[in-house]
Write a protein that binds this ligand. Sequence first.
Ligand code: PEP
Ligand code: MG
Length: 549
Amino acid sequence: MSTEYSGTAVVPGIGVGPVVRPAPRPEAPADEPAADASTTNVAFATAATEVARRLRERSKAANGAASEVLAATASLAEDRGLATFVGKHAAQGAGPATATTAAIDELAAMFTAAGGLMAERVTDLYDVRDRIVAELLGLPEPGIPLPEEPSVLLADDLAPADTAGLDPSTVVAIATRLGGSTSHTAIIARQLGIPCVVAVTGLDEVPAGARVAVDGTAGTVTVDPDEQRLAELVEQDRLSREAAAGWTGPGRTADDHPIQVLANVQDGAGARAAAQEPIEGVGLFRTELSFLDRATEPTVEEQADIYAEVFEALGDRKVIVRTLDAGSDKPLPFASQPDEPNPALGVRGLRIGLANPDMLDRQLDGIAAARERTGADVRVMAPMVTTEAEAQWFAERVRARGMQAGIMIETPSTVLLADRLFRHLDFVSIGTNDLSQYTFAADRMAPTLSDLTDPWQPALLASIKLVAQAGQRAGKPVGVCGEAAAHPLLACVLTGLGVTSLSCAATAVRSVGAKLAQVTLEQCQAAAEAALAAPDNLAAAHAAKDVLG
Ligand code: PEP
Ligand code: MG
């Protein structure tokens, strides 16, 4: 008898094998002897340096987001603030493992209280703690076992450093009990192309060694799967991978309905990688991610250099640049408001530009200069807009520099105002990650609410339909650039709802394009209607799958 668990589908594909689970984390022994401060400090420093060295080695062997995550975790191990906190406990006589644990607990509490991106780094902090404590105790490095046969990794949640080092030939699928579609686990799994399902209730019941099948398209984990059914799914998966590898663009349904397939990028390196894929351009250039480590605002010239690198990579393909989306989960030291009680509902996105128009103007000047220099096809959009006046104010500033202007649809108010917004704009792009958060009053980072922020939620799909219809009335493009666009079945549903472009991680564009090429517009519309009529996210995904096959 097989048992099925359901969660949020993140990376499509099938993976089958015995379950492996991360090794339990080492703990500082309760009876660790006291030590003098210098012994503890030296032992900590030696262990932290070794842990950082190993992480850096793995960072060099990896690439893209995985490499960045590993390098960031290595820096955390050698962070001077951490050493200072350890020193405080060392001065009170704590042994090295005890001092490390106490210091990281204190830092984690501070990061959690700060919220946003800082709070997200708590998983990294605990990962660093476990690695340093294991090194101090002479235990093997904690984390993911290196399986000898193709296996399925199940966990509560995964430390970014662990996910980044995964080998897709031995870890053939991932499922976690926690995490949402925008979590680190999801981002890295997508980059590595490992089928992945997150937020799976009951997953902790599945023991190591059990044979399971993870279906990253349907969002299911099946223990002891029916072999015949499994063989069918594996064959379907093989065909989908083959189709994705052979897809050459441009985006079209089987009956030739055009739908642009675009990539999301954050810097020149990402743009160059994306440009290798059969994309028609970039649908979202997240400019703020180029500046996360900057204490002060980059000059117009510096900004122009960074933007030009992206534009050059794309040649004559279009690039939609998003102005700084600072604040909330992406605090920028030079652009965010300190001490907001609820940063996701605070001064973020365009609100920062409204409070400091000169800063927005400098960014638009930088974009315009890079466009001038490269001759690229550049359009500009603003994040986190809520009123018609804001959209008009922003569009005038962009048009004054000779570029097309748009906004992201990320708030319910812009869904309701879509017809009026089009009077001022050339295009819109729906940010489903934030539109879910604000429509469902559910923090997009909260693992326990990931069913509400699942883009299959019918109310989110209904909002998208309203905006797409407004776009059709205005004769203007409506894109989707949130994570929803990365899922092949959802991409078909979005097409059926009437959106005109899909922008997603470069690694996902082929599977999205290949799936669209297999279905007709009529099928997409029928799948959209079925999903819209479903009572919840899981039923919507099932209903669409029944129509699309
Ligand atoms: C979104 O909100 O869907 C989006 C694409 O923007 P970000 O994820 O950068 O907030
Ligand atoms: Mg957003």
